[in-house]
Design a protein around this ligand. Structure first.
Ligand code: ATP
Length: 319
């Protein structure tokens, strides 16, 4: 192994830069040449590749987004696109590839591996929707962003005696809503993994009102229902003025938390070591306090488990 490539792919996540930095510096430390591939698989197909040195990753550990930039590439999913990518890998003499992204990006790495390219995946997605790892890079920063937003929203909600529905990201995973809801003291948390009843939400609002509560935060995971329709329904059923805040892409940005930087640094370094050990088609992750690595297929088929205990706890704490 002499020359490795690194790319970030799919949705960006705070901490991707810290992971890139760890890959580049660990690689150079071990005497490897490290090639930075811009814009994920799109850049791989287009040959958007340049050698990185120690300074290429200076001053980025604390920055959100990804310096390598990211993209989604439909072309890469086709036979023709894959062939182009393989050709570029050959032309640039890349012996191993590190892919920082979510499950889609891992599938791409698997396809390359099937064609004989050594590839290792690092989980970078704010959604925390990968079942094989406790945390993906970016999740901790995202929930901290949501918790900060809840604090701001709570101020104005209290002043006006309103309720506020805060819609958060997660695609089909309720982790952002669940953990930000727990940390932010939300009155109700609506996630795709659990049945939802608007009557329950309303009952809780009324109970809170009756004991003098001035604010109510309802955390809603995206892609479930229309927030504005829910707000109207709540107002109609409870008489409590209800506003909607859709946090959107602010959850994707911002300086990564120390936790995200730490796991990104550890995972980045480990992924290079795996390539040096001759391993391939594996992804790194975090289980408990340990960095682990498992086969990509096994990672992709590990079902994401929703933490029901934490969900029940949020209900108890918001009575
Ligand atoms: P996020 O969870 O943040 O969206 P992701 O990695 O899951 O990240 P995707 O858009 O699903 O994001 O995938 C990123 C890229 O990976 C795609 O644009 C495509 O180029 C490649 N990819 C996805 N699925 C496959 C697949 N089945 N085969 C080959 N390549 C794939």
């Amino acid at each position: 192994m002499k020359r490795i490539g690194v790319l970030t792919s799919g949705g960006d996540a705070p901490g991707m830069n810290a992971a890139t930095r760890a890959v580049v510096r660990t690689g150079i430390y071990h005497g490897l040449k490290v090639m930075g591939i811009g814009q994920g698989y799109k850049g791989l197909i287009e040959g958007n590749i340049s050698e990185m040195n120690l300074s290429s990753v200076a001053d980025i550990i604390h920055r959100g987004g990804t310096k390598l930039r990211t993209a989604r590439s439909e072309e890469f999913k086709t036979e023709v696109g894959l062939k182009k990518a393989l050709n570029v890998i050959k032309v640039f003499g890349i012996d191993g590839l590190i892919v920082i992204g979510g499950d889609g990006s891992f599938k791409g790495a698997k396809e390359l591996n099937k064609k004989g390219i050594k590839a290792i995946g690092i989980p970078g997605t704010i959604d925390n929707d990968l079942g094989y790892t406790d945390y993906s890079i970016g999740f901790d920063t995202a929930i901290n962003t949501v918790v900060d937003a809840i604090s701001n929203i709570r101020d104005t909600t209290t002043s006006h005696g309103r309720a506020n529905i805060v819609e958060v990201m997660g695609r089909n995973c309720g982790d952002i809503a669940l953990y930000a809801g727990l940390a932010g003291g939300a009155e109700s948390i609506i996630v795709p993994e659990e049945d939802f009843s608007s009557d329950e939400v309303c009952k809780k609002l009324i109970q809170g009102r009756n004991r003098g509560k001035l604010h109510s935060i309802i955390l809603l995971a995206e892609n479930m229902l229309n927030s504005y329709d829910l707000a109207k329904e709540i107002e109609y059923k409870t008489g409590i003025s209800t506003r909607v805040t859709i946090l959107g892409h602010i959850q994707r940005g911002g300086s990564p938390t120390a936790f995200d930087r730490i796991i990104a640094s550890k995972m980045g370094a480990r992924s290079v070591e795996l390539l040096l050990e001759g391993k391939s088609s594996r992804v790194v992750g975090l289980k408990g306090n340990k960095i682990i690595d498992i086969e990509i297929d096994e990672a992709l088929s590990t079902e994401k488990k929703f933490d029901k205990e934490v969900y029940e706890l949020t209900k108890i704490l918001s009575i």
